[in-house]
Design a protein around this ligand. Structure first.
Ligand code: 8YV
Length: 330
């Protein structure tokens, strides 16, 4: 009987996905869900035909240099692939795939939730009540900011940016965006979106800025100290993309100085550790911080797993997998 291909999965996945993987492949699953050690990861790339990493694995050039001949596919469980040295992988003849599309709506929902949580002081209100500090209703107490009628600047108008724009439009925000390329006239019309060629100019005029571009060498610290300073003092920054896109130290400094009204962050530069200055600001109810939960839904994780399986199966059947990461995407 033909040997089943060895597929190494670095983290626990939903039960239905693991079961299916066991049926289809010689699946090496990580039963205790702690990230693989550096040594285990080396072992994985040496032996596997297919590696299924997640954002918690650093698949860099040093690791890939130790890959065995068999390793021909890295089927990432996730949309973002900035933890994988795709260029090196491709140069070694290894195909890389991701899971686009299936986490778009969940991430856009979470962005909207974060935006509302900051503007309407949700965690602060909830904490006050639970701590027994609610003295009763008052006309001037716990006032947030109205979002209807405000200007939302979206940095990165791909799938998630557009999904956020649809939601935000329904909430009565006006939509502005900056993107490498202008989206189609039809989409602009649908969203009544204004395109800003200059990120700097857009930042200076927005009430809320939300980040939805990928993290690449070109977008590292795109929201630099200089650019953050362009934002209005009353503005709010939301980030559900990647922490590295924002200069976190500069952001903390601005929030501490009252030069920016607030921030909602689901992602951080050095996850899972979070800058203590941001933690302090969260305790002071100046920012809302979440532990990278943007795409964390039961349905979404199953959809992601199914995409991974389709990519692996298609590849192993000798065809081009649907979600290849191409050099043009780097
Ligand atoms: C996932 C994400 O949790 O897909 C992405 O890019 O950031 C996530 O929401 C993560 O990537 C899983 O590997």
């Amino acid at each position: 009987m033909k040997k089943k291909p060895l597929v190494v999965v670095t983290r626990r996945l939903p039960d239905v996905i693991e079961t299916r993987m066991r049926e289809l492949f010689d699946a090496h699953l990580n039963v205790d869900d702690t990230p693989l050690t550096a040594q285990q990861l080396v072992e994985a790339v040496r032996t596997a035909d297919v590696l299924v990493p997640t954002i918690t694995d650093r698949v860099d050039a040093a690791l890939l240099a130790q890959a065995g001949e068999n390793l021909k596919l890295i089927a990432n469980f996730g949309n973002g692939f900035d933890h994988i040295d795709v260029e090196t992988a491709l140069s070694r003849g290894i195909t890389v795939t991701n899971t686009p599309g299936v986490l778009t709506q969940d991430t856009a929902d979470m962005t909207m939730a974060l935006l509302l949580a900051v503007a309407r002081r949700l965690p602060e209100g909830a904490r006050t009540l639970v701590d027994g500090d609610w003295q009763g209703w008052s006309p001037t107490w716990m006032l947030g900011r109205r979002i209807t009628g405000k200007r939302l600047g979206i940095v990165g108008m791909g799938r998630i940016g557009q999904a956020l724009a649809r939601r935000a439009k329904a909430f009565g925000l006006s939509i502005h965006y900056h993107n490498r390329r202008r989206v189609s006239a039809a989409v602009e019309e649908e969203l009544e979106a204004t395109y800003w060629d200059s990120l700097d100019q857009m930042l200076a005029r927005m009430d809320i800025v939300s980040i939805h571009c990928p993290h690449t060498p070109a977008t590292y610290h795109l929201l630099s100290a200089r650019r953050l300073k362009l934002m209005k003092r009353e503005a709010v920054l939301v980030n559900t993309a990647r922490g590295e896109i924002v200069d976190e130290v500069a952001l903390a400094r601005m929030l501490e100085a009252g030069d920016l009204a607030g921030a909602g962050l689901d992602v951080f530069e050095h996850e899972p550790s979070v800058n203590p200055r941001l933690l302090k600001l969260a305790r002071q109810n100046r920012v809302v911080l979440l532990p990278h939960m943007g795409s964390a839904t039961i349905e979404g994780r199953v959809d992601m797993g199914e995409k991974v399986i389709v990519n692996i199966k298609t590849f192993l059947d000798g065809h081009r997998p649907p979600d290849r990461v191409l050099p043009s995407m780097l």
